[in-house]
Design a protein. Structure first.
Length: 451
């Protein structure tokens, strides 16, 4: 545990960035050799990177390489770990299999090895998509997920990429959409009809990939029809563009149009929440990133921050304290700390639940109440979002105290429950009920729901 009163270092606040347009230049696995910064790494490390980049997502843009990564701190640099593949992200047997095929040079063999390894990495975790596919007029709609009564998730097909990819994310396995306004309009129509058939829905969460990869005109085609609906109170947009491409809000051709769209949402009397994905305070340091935040806030939109706890990137309390404190100073509301699970490189990034809670608690102790709005550590699991509230001892038994902050059944929300302490557990399915019980309180009902 670190000192409770660790002083958060002051940072210089740079001049606001001039909105000079910047060309979006992106590198994928095939262009690894074109990234000059990698020349400082030895040949073996670069080969390992190519091996892993064949299996896990790799896409990184020039802004991230030049302005976010501190190359003097590589390989420990958190943004480097967030975006560049590392040898240990694959299990040794998986790594060797692909490496061997690559040394052999036979394209078919390489493809087969990559396909095998990917399959073993569970590209579609948690049955997320399979379980909650809704229907409109008897027709299944792929781009909608409706798990909690008041909020529907919407994945526009044009928003299934990101400005860079995070090494721990497997969502890239989703299809890549067609950039066509007609598709946007069709999906928007389905979403609107679905919402109208479900009066309990008040929130729409537009997510991806990253929906802000879309041109503003396509995003507008999704959002405008929703503004006519009285029942919709909040529109959320899940995005990492404030980190990976802040120019989206500042100097891109349709940046101003995007901010106007945000204003329109406000003018229609709805709350607009940009659910910003942040992993590290360094993402908020560049002047351009701060300018983007300022511009978004100026529209009346609220930025809320969420992100997973990850080994090699942010698994210490001081970084979380500074992340939350910086967010508060910039007018962003800390919202969730997640436990990461949906990942191909899980073993590389995972943090035991007991340790996750220690980090959370230790970070909370370093900040004032204004920065204590982040809930967590939270597991987005089958029954709902399960928060680790603490570790304690009750009548001689060491237990995790848990609660659901979201539930498949709203009646489960906020009920405390207990699991046997297990120092190695990294996910809910590793936990057993405490006090000799054989089921958690929601288990029977959950089983019924699944039929
Ligand atoms: C987290 C989540 C939501 C939103 O829940 P809030 O607690 O309102 O932020 C909605 N749907 C799914 C599937 C989620 O995982
Ligand atoms: S969906 Fe989010 S976590 Fe996944 S690569 Fe894109 S920005 Fe990163």
């Amino acid at each position: 545990m670190s000192e409770a009163n660790t002083v958060i270092p002051l940072r210089e606040h740079p001049e606001p960035a001039h909105p000079e347009p910047r060309r979006f230049k992106v590198f994928t696995a095939r262009q690894l050799d074109k990234i000059t910064q990698l020349e400082r790494l030895d040949e073996e490390t670069r080969f390992a990177m190519r091996v892993v980049a064949n299996v896990l997502p790799f896409r990184v843009n020039e802004y991230v390489i030049e302005d976010l990564i501190d190359w003097d701190k590589v390989p420990e640099d958190p943004i480097y770990q967030l975006t560049f593949p590392q040898k240990d992200m694959l299990a040794p047997e998986h790594f060797d299999k692909v490496a061997e095929a690559m040394r052999g040079g036979d394209k078919e063999e390489i493809d087969a090895a990559v396909a095998d390894v990917r399959e073993a990495l569970n590209p579609h975790p948690a049955g997320q998509m399979e379980h909650n596919i809704p229907e409109v007029d008897g027709e299944k709609i792929d781009g909608i997920q409706h798990k909690y009564a008041e909020t529907v998730l919407f994945f526009p097909s044009q928003g299934q990429v990101c400005h860079s990819y995070c090494t721990f994310c497997f969502r890239w396995a989703q299809f890549i959409g067609d950039n066509d306004l007609k598709i946007a309009a069709k999906e928007a129509g389905q979403l609107k009809r679905y919402v109208q058939a479900h009066p309990e829905i008040t929130d729409i969460l537009i997510t991806g990939g990253d929906p802000l990869v879309m041109k503003t005109k396509n995003l507008r085609a999704h959002i405008e029809p929703l503004l006519e609906l009285e029942q919709i109170r909040t529109i959320r947009i899940g995005s990492k563009a404030l980190t990976f491409w802040p120019y989206r809000f500042v100097s891109d051709k349709d940046a101003e149009d995007l901010l106007d769209l945000f204003r329109e949402v406000r003018a229609a009397g709805k709350h607009l929440a940009l659910m910003a994905h942040y992993n590290h305070w360094r993402e908020m340091e560049p002047a351009i990133a701060r300018e983007a935040i300022r511009r978004v806030r100026e529209t009346g939109a609220q930025i809320r921050a969420q992100g997973p706890l990850l080994a090699h990137i942010n698994d210490n309390a001081d970084d979380w304290a500074r992340l939350w404190q910086t967010q508060v100073e910039l007018g962003i509301v800390p919202y969730y700390m997640f436990v990461e699970r949906d990942t191909g490189a899980r073993h590389y990034f995972e943090v035991p639940l007991a340790r996750a809670w220690e980090i959370y608690r230790d970070a909370m102790q370093q900040v004032s109440g204004l920065a204590r709005t982040a809930r967590g550590p939270s597991m987005s699991s089958h029954p709902g979002k399960v928060e680790i509230q603490g570790i304690t001892e009750i009548h001689g038994e060491k237990v995790f105290v848990l609660r659901l902050i979201q539930g498949r059944n709203a009646d489960w929300v906020q009920r405390p429950f207990f699991a046997k302490y297990n120092p190695d557990a990294t996910w809910l399915n590793h936990l057993e009920p405490a006090f000799g019980e054989d089921r958690f309180f929601f288990d029977d009902e959950l089983a019924d729901m699944e039929g």
